[in-house]
Ligand binder design. Structure first.
Ligand code: PLP
Length: 413
């Protein structure tokens, strides 16, 4: 019998989550020396002078922008696809988002559209490396420099990605990594900011120290979320329980199944939740200290899986990236014009797949600013994930490529 293959994974063992759930009930959450040790280790790992830990990536981005005291109405270049919370944070600061479309080969800003998008009021840019592909940083950064922009890199999908030997997170004024569920380094949430400038670092420290005391309940919720995802994607539970439910939902045309982790709320929020401004905990820092050393191993396993899948699936095109880069392929994405049909066909052969569950923030109808981003629209609706996570066996990979190849052939015939 062949067990079905889930669309993705959690980068913890179930036993880690169970142990975490026990420990979080009594462990101290505010041991500053452990947090400092973790920040140091992370900064060093990325190759920067300083790291400041925030509860979320959105909070780290919010605080970075706050240090710049930008006048209301200043423009910030934003990716068309990311989590909506980042847009909420930007709007709360009175900034005007300019959505620049992506290039289909790099999943990052199209350089010509970026040049057109930057105007006299543009002060900042949020570069986001979607799904672990590294873009041409020289091109992007030269435009940033020419226009004197404050540069934030969101490398949540691309930890350990490199451009000309230098790790992502080292190119902007600040780099931000989200250590949240299903990312390759997951500390039950967290926004790890890195930077070099001493003055900027001090300003960020000040904002960090003004955050509220952490909430244990919230942390427990995060661990439970990971535990549920982890158990749900373990192979036996997935095969006998979760996948049958996914297929039923799919047959009933419940739209959320096409999205990686379900549909999200697209309503505009009135005020930023207090939860976003509670301190990162030493409980999470301790986990980071133990997990960091294994990230490269799991990266390498996934990168090898991607190479194998690409060599076996010849008739599809994948984002190519550019020369002199090290892509980490957090998710292997490929494009289909009829993604729902393809999803159903792959489901029928025991391989789960989905489109991204990130938000397309350039076209949220309830928000005051929109953008024309056809490539992002295409990625959002037609970019399906091909499972490539580290724990897949050789047999699994062979099966995945057979299923994808069969699906394509059936469609053509
Ligand atoms: C997961 C993710 C985040 C998460 O941010 P948090 O504020 O830490 O929840 C940020 N950016 C990208 C691109 C992500 O995929």
């Amino acid at each position: 019998m062949r067990l079905s293959i889930p669309r993705g994974t959690v980068y913890h063992a179930v036993s880690d989550d169970l142990r975490g759930l026990l420990n979080v009930l009594y462990e101290k959450l505010d041991q500053e020396e452990i947090i400092a040790q973790w920040e140091d280790k992370f900064a060093h790992y990325i190759g920067r002078n300083h790291s400041v830990a925030f509860p979320y990536a959105r909070t780290a981005i919010y605080c970075s922008l706050k240090t710049q005291n930008l006048p209301a109405g200043s423009e910030i270049v934003m990716p068309p696809i990311t989590i909506k919370a980042i847009l909420d944070a930007v709007l709360d600061l009175g900034l005007r988002p300019i959505f620049v479309d992506i290039n289909i080969d790099t999943l990052c800003f199209d350089i010509e559209k970026l040049e057109q998008g930057i105007g006299v009021n543009t002060r900042a840019i949020l570069i986001t490396y979607l799904f672990g592909i590294v873009p041409n940083m020289d091109e992007i950064l030269s435009l940033c420099k020419k226009n004197n922009l404050f540069v934030i890199e969101d490398f949540s999908h691309c930890l350990n990605g490199r451009y000309k030997q230098k790790k992502l997170g080292c190119f902007g004024d600040v780099g931000v990594y989200s250590a949240s569920s299903i990312k390759t380094l997951d500390t039950y949430g967290g926004g790890l900011l890195v930077c070099d400038d001493d003055d900027l670092h001090l300003k960020l420290r000040k904002l960090q120290s003004g955050l509220e005391q952490p909430s244990r309940t919230h942390l427990v919720q995060k661990i439970i979320t990971d535990l549920i995802r982890n158990v749900a994607t373990s192979r036996l539970v997935f095969h006998f329980l979760v996948f049958p439910i996914i297929k039923i939902m799919s047959a009933l045309k419940m739209g959320s199944v096409i999205k990686h982790t379900g549909a999200r709320d697209t309503k505009m929020i009135k005020a930023l939740p207090r939860e976003w401004f509670k301190k990162y905990t030493s409980f999470q820092a301790k986990l980071g200290l133990t997990l960091l050393d294994s990230v490269e191993n799991s990266d390498q396993a996934r990168i090898n899986n991607v190479a194998l899948l690409k060599s076996k699936i010849r008739s599809l095109s994948f984002p190519r990236g550019v020369a002199n880069t090290h892509n980490v392929y957090w998710q292997l994405v490929t494009f289909f014009d009829h993604s729902t049909k393809i999803q159903n066909a792959m489901h029928a052969m025991g391989v789960d797949t989905a489109t991204t569950s990130l938000d397309k923030i350039s076209t949220l109808s309830e928000y005051p600013f929109q953008g024309d981003t056809p490539n992002a629209d295409y990625l959002y609706g037609s970019g399906l994930f091909i499972p490539s996570f580290p724990s897949l066996s050789m047999k699994d990979l062979q099966h995945i490529s057979d299923v994808v190849n069969t699906t394509i052939n059936n469609k053509i015939n």
